[in-house]
Structure formats: structure tokens, C-alpha cells
Ligand binder design. Structure first.
Ligand SMILES: O=C(O)[C@H](O)[C@@H](O)[C@H](O)[C@H](O)COP(=O)(O)O
Length: 225
């Protein structure tokens, strides 16, 4: 399973360089496509990347932005990834992008799954995907031990799936492994030694134990201490 690892001097340099790289890939894709898609993670890692990327000089009006996964909480919750995106990515020049939601008001994701999925399906394959990873080797909301993990890792998985996992305090909704893996450009961003060791170990585990292994092939991993 071959991936490329880039080490950065610090997290700030990583954010600047990675934002430039993502913007460059979107710009190149826009040269020959009417519309392109950018999928990004939530969590605590990507905020500084969004702060740089939102200022990129490209035709954001032809970019569809979506999350790789969402926690099933209202948009005003501190835990909402949508909230993070609205505050730090869908601002500045990137405010012109179209946002494809992974959340709608409903008690459970199952109630609105088909509606959310129908907006995403026409935009596939994803042009550029940025993923985060947990030290438990989950990526997006593909958690080891999650109730529907096997189905979400399957080559014939639907595009979007609800997911509940022991390590996740609320239900999740996630793009499935095959959708993430089929992205034309794949990037994974991780900070710290614990995650780097986990990432390097992931290639030796099966995908059920290390879901991130399902998207590693051909990916670029961006790391800073
Ligand atoms: O909603 C989420 O939590 C994510 O999309 C998730 O997959 C995240 O990328 C990892 O859990 C890493 O999270 P941190 O960046 O907070 O360590």
C-alpha cells in the first residue's frame, strides 16, 4: 500500500503549503471541468488549513464543498463540523462555493439520508479529498468497532451511511470508504507522533482494525509534530 509522507517544519507551514496544494489541484481541475468537488474533515486539525484555503484565488462559484463526515448535532453545536466549515472555510473568497450538507434537522440520520445522498451522487467522483485521522486509525466516521463498518468498507457500499461507534458520543454520517478512496486526489493530515505511529502501523492491519488503510493507497499524508 503505497502513500507519500510529507513532513513539515511546523503546523503553520503545513497549513500554508497544504492549502496552496489543495487550491492548485482545484484550479487545475477547473481548467477542464465545469464543476469540481472538495471534501474536507471536521475535528480540531483542519481549522488553520481552512483559514488559508478560504482566501485562495480560484473560481469558488464552480466548487462544491462537502464534509467527509458529520456528527449528528444541530449546526449551532460546538461539535458540529458544519459550524466549523461555515466559520472558517466558507468565508472570504470561498463563500462563493456551493455547500452540499451532510446534516439536516432530524432526530436520526436515517430520516434524511436519501435526501442528503441525492445531492452528492451527481458530483462524484470527488475531485479533491482531505481526510483527518484519529489515533485509533479511524478516518471520516469509519471507526474500528462501528456498527456498520463492514458495510461502509465494502466495494459496493452506498455513498453515504449512518454510523454509530463506541468512541463517538453521537450518531455520525459518513462518506463510505469507496467514495473517499476513488477521489482523484487524496490527502490525509495528521499532527503529532502518536498519529504518525498509528498511520505507519495501519498498513499492517486489516481494514476493520485500521479503517484508514482503505484510503491510503496513492494518498499523500501531511505531517507535523
Ligand atoms: O468529525 C470528525 O471528527 C472527523 O471528520 C474525524 O474523522 C476527524 O478527522 C478525526 O477524528 C481527527 O480529529 P482531530 O482532528 O480532532 O484529531
Amino acid at each position: 500500500m503505497s502513500y507519500t509522507l510529507i513532513e513539515y517544519a511546523d503546523r503553520e507551514m503545513l497549513a500554508i503549503d497544504l492549502a496552496n496544494k489543495l487550491a492548485g489541484e482545484l484550479t487545475s481541475a477547473l481548467d477542464h471541468e465545469d464543476r469540481v468537488t472538495l471534501a474536507v474533515p471536521g475535528g480540531t486539525t483542519p481549522g488553520p488549513i481552512f483559514d488559508d484555503l478560504c482566501a485562495a484565488d480560484l473560481d469558488w462559484s464552480r466548487v462544491d464543498v462537502l464534509l467527509t463526515d458529520e456528527r449528528w448535532v444541530p449546526e449551532d453545536s460546538e461539535r458540529s463540523n458544519t459550524r466549523l466549515l461555515r466559520q472558517r472555510l466558507l468565508v472570504n473568497r470561498a463563500a462563493a462555493a456551493r455547500y452540499l450538507p451532510l446534516y439536516a434537522k432530524a432526530d436520526e440520520p436515517e430520516e434524511v439520508l436519501a435526501e442528503l445522498e441525492s445531492l452528492i451522487v451527481p458530483q462524484l467522483p470527488l475531485t479533491v479529498v482531505l481526510l483527518g485521522m484519529g489515533a485509533d486509525m479511524h478516518t471520516a466516521s469509519l471507526f474500528p468497532g462501528a456498527d456498520k463498518l463492514a458495510e461502509a468498507l465494502d466495494a459496493h457500499a452506498p455513498v453515504l451511511m449512518p454510523m454509530r461507534a463506541p468512541g463517538a458520543p453521537e450518531p455520525r454520517i459518513t462518506l463510505t470508504a469507496r467514495v473517499l478512496d476513488q477521489a482523484l486526489q487524496k490527502h490525509i493530515v495528521i499532527f503529532g507522533s502518536e498519529k504518525r505511529n498509528a498511520l505507519e502501523a495501519a498498513a499492517r492491519f486489516d481494514k476493520q482494525q485500521a479503517p484508514v488503510a482503505s484510503v491510503l493507497s496513492g494518498a499523500t499524508v501531511h505531517w507535523a509534530e
